[in-house]
Write a protein that binds this ligand. Sequence first.
Ligand SMILES: C[C@H](CCC[C@H](C)C(=O)SCCNC(=O)CCNC(=O)[C@H](O)C(C)(C)COP(=O)(O)OP(=O)(O)OC[C@H]1O[C@@H](n2cnc3c(N)ncnc32)[C@H](O)[C@@H]1OP(=O)(O)O)[C@H]1CC[C@H]2[C@@H]3[C@H](O)C[C@@H]4C[C@H](O)CC[C@]4(C)[C@H]3C[C@H](O)[C@]12C
Length: 381
Amino acid sequence: MALAGVRVIELAGLAPAPFCGMILADFGARVIRIDRTKMAMTVDTQARGKQSVALNLKSPKGVAVLKKLCVQSDVVLEPYRKGVMEKMGLGPDDLLKENPRLIYARLTGYGQSGSYAKAAGHDINYLAMSGLLSMLGRSSEKPHAPMNLMADFAGGGLMCAFGIVLALLERSRSGQGQIIDVSMVEGAAYVGSFMWKSRSIGLWNHPRGENLLDGGAPFYDTYRTSDGKYVAVGAIEPQFYQQLLQGLDLDPADLPSQMSVSDWPKLRHTFTHVFATKTRAEWGQIFDGTDACVTPVLSQDEVVSHPHNRVRGSFLKDAQGEISPRPAPVLSRSPAEPSLSRDPFIGEHTHSVLQEYGFEKDQIEEFLSVVYVKKTRKKIF
Ligand SMILES: C[C@H](CCC[C@H](C)C(=O)SCCNC(=O)CCNC(=O)[C@H](O)C(C)(C)COP(=O)(O)OP(=O)(O)OC[C@H]1O[C@@H](n2cnc3c(N)ncnc32)[C@H](O)[C@@H]1OP(=O)(O)O)[C@H]1CC[C@H]2[C@@H]3[C@H](O)C[C@@H]4C[C@H](O)CC[C@]4(C)[C@H]3C[C@H](O)[C@]12C
């Protein structure tokens, strides 16, 4: 796999860093997650392929062990507030001094500088600061965050994984490691560059929810079908829009022009009425195989069995029977091979990892006082 041989120390975080660690593990890196010794249960639901070492970083010995693991690794991935690692003597200056090849990834909400750098926050806060949240939501409604997708994952974990791969590639030429400062505000905004770069063509001139791609256009929206399900319509180009009208059995001569913005509410009313006359499956029989850009809105449970996704194997089932997306993208010669085994228990690999990293038996025994908790995840809510 592309990242085979890369050794990563992931300090246990909430969601973005665990996602980054999972991506690296899926593509072959050896990811060792450093857990707290007092955690009964991990919140890392993205732990496939990782190992877990439990260390008390409030103890100097625990810090010393972590330092030795870090300086013998390629990547350190830390998800803490600015300054926490420095407080433990594990900041970039400390670790890069001992291992100049180390790639030190710092995944935070606001980055390592700026007045918010030490402030707590979560995805919605970072998305708000990125400028994108102000553009998300239905017309005349308040801004609405798309779950914690944009900052935690797109602009956070995935952006951090991208930065780590860039730094690994650069190190293959320079032999030098470096620090990666991942700000989820900036990562989310960067993912949304199109929203800034396309202002000049007027794509976002109207208020939230009234533009072509944010729910304003009736030919770029979702519609409820007679069985209470939904279809998604993305017929932007005129040639695809014509096929949409054909499938809906609507005569263009009876309708306003596609790009008549003032008529979009009327057009949406017509589409809403027509889509409500058939089931989602019936619309699928009409539109599948056409370029009308109409697709079923599939639930998390339906995606795995949809013929298109099934043929590609787009979703996998692990040894516990849990369905989740397969890694993306698919590399032709060195594809990801995600682990299908159960997630690690907290501290499960403390002994084997410390032994492998050259710790003496008595040192290891000391850290084995932590009996790892054989607990998988339980429902929180
Ligand atoms: C996980 C589910 C999804 C959450 C997603 C959410 C929407 C997000 O946006 S996550 C992104 C959060 N932001 C960042 O990651 C940016 C960078 N990080 C930070 O800014 C901060 O870490 C922080 C704000 C996130 C947290 O600050 P905090 O003060 O807690 O910590 P830090 O300042 O970073 O310092 C870390 C301290 O910890 C010490 N440490 C670290 N490792 C060790 C160790 N091995 N041993 C000892 N000590 C260690 C370190 O030294 C630092 O100490 P100091 O402070 O002294 O320096 C979650 C969605 C719902 C959640 C559940 C729900 O809330 C109910 C339960 C609540 C309960 O309290 C916890 C369990 C829950 C089930 C909870 C579980 C999950 O959180 C959820 C499922």
